[in-house]
Ligand binder design. Sequence first.
Ligand code: NDP
Length: 503
Amino acid sequence: MNAAVIAPQLAPSPAVAAFLKRPPRLLIGGEWVDSRSQRRIPVIDPATGGQIAALVDADQNDVERAVKAARKAFESGPWPDMLPSQRQDLLLKLADLIDQNAAELAELESIDNGKTRFMAGLIDVPGTRDHFRYMAGWATKIEGSTIDTSIGGPPGTKFHAYVRREPVGVCAQIVPWNFPLAMAAWKLSPALATGCTCILKPAEQTSLTALRLGELILEAGFPPGVVNILTGLGETSGAALVSHADVDKVAFTGSTSVGKLINKSATDTLKRVSLELGGKSPVIVLPDADVATVVGGAAQAIFFNSGQVCTAGSRLYVHRKLFDQVVEGVVTAANSMKLGPGLDPATQMGPLVSSEQQQRVMQYIESGRSQGASVLTGGETPSHPGYFVKPTVLANVRPEMTVVREEIFGPVLVAQRFDDINEIAAVANDTPYGLSASIWSNDLRAVHRLIPKLRAGTVWVNCHNMVDPNMPFGGFKQSGHGREHGRAVIDMYTELKSVCMSI
Ligand code: NDP
């Protein structure tokens, strides 16, 4: 049996239908405006391939206007004079508004990205709300320190020295299409908690929830220019933000290749840069693991969000003793998944975000086939509209194969067996990426010995894809630099200023 059947896309609710009819616009300086160029980007429903709306394609002039508005809001007006507790209150108000509009946001995310409304309502929207709430708390907890110096001088010389932590300034925040609303929250919330101002550029495929969030940001009462939202193309408006001399920091989540471009481009102006990039995360199953737990966990690790997750557990390494049972279980789980449009309550896996992504994933599967991998299940697209790819498990793969080395960003798992637990860390680390890993075992000794050997920003044990606003998130190696969440992200959005006063 193979992953089943599609239902027709369902009609949107009146609130979402009304939102989709609003004219394309940008949020600049607290106002909804059009671009003078009037260029447009179509918004495509990935479950049908049909156009559902249009976005403004921001140009250089729009970038200039947005940067100017963000700079003005950073330096004058109410924002820099606000008390930390007032920034906190605004963030909490925004979180409440997200809660009040949760159903609409989940539906929008579903039709824009393809993910199920159920998952958007369970994970993306509450996660977004919780992120704003968590970061609201940080607004009132930012602190500096006093310093004892040894600066000499004539008798009686004394200095009072201290360190202030100040907002880094105007931040360009470029986000991808896999978790559009949540990624916007990961970027905006720490910037706003610390007193920065922002220009958010959502992905061209999935800008709808960022625009709805912009409406809620205005409703919450953030001063004009504190948050600006530019829809547009990465290579034009995104690149212009990165190279702009009046932007102080770029925060980016997306592909490693674009992350490298951004890092290079930002060097000319020596901007602060944080990069959360791709991954090829290993799921390591030790010989003592509980098979039923592993099967559910490994299937979830790769198929969640149709595999479009930077931390997707895309390389499964199972000890020889359990390999056949675990792989058989994951194949059965893949076969039982119902594919369909995100608004259908029966759907378990939605389409990929775009035709381009569907083709990219299918090319990877073909490359696996041509290099000798066995397709245990999936490996094809269903014969109906929409950008679906059946959940796929590849076996008989070798470490040098493209499907093992490169990030596929789709529902494609490569399964490999191992014999020696002492060699698994080297195998798992044999990748340019280092975002995350999971270990499945109840052998505490083995687990604790393995954790320090894994070159990954997050290691999960008997779980995968668990994130929390208080838990630093980011990558080793080519998975990026900097950490989001927790205290670490507050450091990324602040500069230290040493003050030394002769007294
Ligand atoms: P990109 O890295 O191109 O897109 C991420 C964001 O960067 C988007 O907002 C995009 O704009 C923007 N962008 C693109 N080029 C530039 C540029 N030169 N300067 C500034 N901003 C830019 O991802 P893709 O959409 O092309 O996806 C390709 C692959 O990237 C996927 O297959 C996957 O492997 C990986 N990826 C990883 C993600 C992660 O979470 N780590 C998320 C998404 C993708 P726009 O799209 O609007 O043109």
